[in-house]
Design a protein around this ligand. Structure first.
Ligand code: BG6
Length: 458
């Protein structure tokens, strides 16, 4: 067995990382815009990003040339509703309409994320965002509007990108790091976002019966630093809380007992209304979107806690692995393990919604020789194929990223794209597009529906 004929070979971006034009044509300010601006003493904020808003036709042509079967992008909620819930912004509707039409004309399946880190700022000011249930209503209204506007042209939807990461980072939720009630607010946002996601699923099933909708979960596979039972137990619990508990809620509509117990122990149980369970149960996902890049090795030996789960833990270097510039590990074999684990637990079709390698890159003789990305693609696709062989129902692969985008944490130095965008942190230039070596490599993969002979299939 190998990749199915209708396998969705794709690539991905998100609105604030790709579009730019962050205040153009009526778009409202978002949490992502605020974060990028706060982080950036340089030009690498969301005002230009990859200038995708002004390169739409050109970029879809490049997608076509690459041979993409699908393109995952996100709609910026604040481009549709600048204040999150009031009047529709027609210019925003026209932009996404044009993008979706272009994709369909070119036989590229649109995979649309409804929220990718960019909650409208107006909702933070009015309600503290997802701390309040009012934000669930606003999200539902926005999703219903998207289904109404684009539902006849989009088959694959994703509700919220990496809720499991957002709910550990105050600034991603529009909250203040020194808020004395931060832990309670993290839990409230988490619980409310589960309800928001479920409501989006319910609305999608009602309004677009032929579409499929799911969440998009960040899932770095965790290793224990040693085989000491305490380390192993910590890695096991962390993995549960970080990845499997959220998947459980999206896929089965229940709050994982480990999580509930933790809320009780921490005295952070959110307000739970009578109808919530029915909503969670009715809004279960059709497929599981997974963002998988690497493994992380964790231990307990110092106090530099990185995760907000009430345990002080440390990210360690795994002596058996190679690491990239930003200390992300290179560990393709773990991808097969991760896919098998998800499938064994949840038995839902899986879509890899993000997977890719970042580098600092520059143009040499008019080209970008990104051999490490090619190796990464090869090694990860090989493991995907093995996972399919071993029975995993993997329906697509959205490489992160289609084109260089603004990194969510490191500006424009950290490049993930198959296409180079000629700008840097200090100089925006013309944002000229230049195909990297990996563009041609992935083109062959797509053409062969897998690695094929010439790409080293054994
Ligand atoms: C995922 C996000 O967590 O990781 C993307 O969904 C992000 O938006 C990607 O770009 C890589 O992270 P970073 O911080 O390197 O951009």
């Amino acid at each position: 067995m190998s990749f199915p004929e209708d396998f969705l070979w794709g690539a991905a971006t998100s609105a604030f990382q790709y579009e730019g034009a962050n205040l153009e044509d009526g778009k409202g300010w978002t949490v992502a815009d605020e974060r990028c601006q706060a982080k950036s003493q340089i030009q690498a904020d969301s005002s230009v990003a990859s200038d995708g808003y002004h390169h739409l036709e050109e970029d879809v042509k490049l997608m076509k040339e690459l041979g993409l079967k699908s393109y995952r992008f996100s709609i910026s909620w604040a481009r549709i509703f600048p204040d999150g819930e009031g009047e529709i912004n027609n210019a925003g509707v026209i932009y996404y309409q044009r993008l979706i039409d272009l994709l369909n004309e070119n036989h590229i399946e649109p995979i649309v994320t409804l929220l990718h880190f960019d909650i409208p700022w107006a909702l933070i000011e009015k309600y503290e965002g997802f701390v309040s249930r009012k934000c669930i209503d606003a999200f539902e209204k926005y999703c219903r509007t998207c289904f109404e506007l684009f539902g006849d042209k989009v088959k694959y939807w994703l509700t919220i990108n990496e809720q499991n990461v957002m709910v550990m980072m105050a600034d991603m939720l529009g909250l203040k790091k020194d808020d004395p009630k931060l832990n309670l607010k993290f839990v409230q946002c988490n619980y409310h976002m589960y309800l928001a996601s479920a409501k989006a699923v319910i609305a999608c099933h009602e309004m677009c019966p032929d579409a499929l909708i799911g969440p998009c979960v960040s899932y770095p596979t965790l290793y224990a630093e040693t085989c000491h039972p305490d380390d192993v137990a910590l890695a096991y619990d962390m993995q549960d809380i970080m990845a499997f508990a959220p998947m459980e809620t999206y896929v089965n509509g229940t709050i994982d007992p480990i999580v509930m117990n933790k809320w009780i122990k921490d005295k952070t149980v959110p307000e739970i209304l009578e109808n919530d369970e029915t909503i969670l149960k009715a809004g279960v996902a059709d497929y599981l979107g997974v963002n998988w890049y690497c493994t992380q090795t964790i231990g307990t030996t110092s106090k530099n806690g990185s995760f907000n789960i009430g345990v002080e833990i440390d990210i360690k270097k795994n002596p058996f692995l190679e690491y990239g510039h930003w200390d992300w590990s290179y560990d393709p074999k773990a991808l097969k393990m991760a896919l098998k684990e998800c499938y064994a637990r949840f038995r839902k079709p899986i879509m890899i919604c993000e997977n890719g390698w970042s580098e600092i890159e520059e143009i040499r003789d008019g080209k970008i020789h990104d051999s490490k990305r090619i190796e990464y693609l090869h090694d990860h696709i090989e493991q995907m194929e093995k996972a399919i062989d071993e029975g995993v129902n993997l329906i697509g692969y959205q490489h992160w990223s289609f084109i260089d985008i603004l990194s969510s944490s490191q500006g424009f130095d950290k490049r993930y794209g198959l296409i180079f965008v000629d700008r840097d942190n200090f100089n925006i230039k013309e944002c000229q597009r230049i195909k990297k070596d990996s563009f041609y490599y992935y083109q062959t993969i797509i053409k062969n529906n897998g690695l094929g002979e010439e790409n080293g299939k054994q």
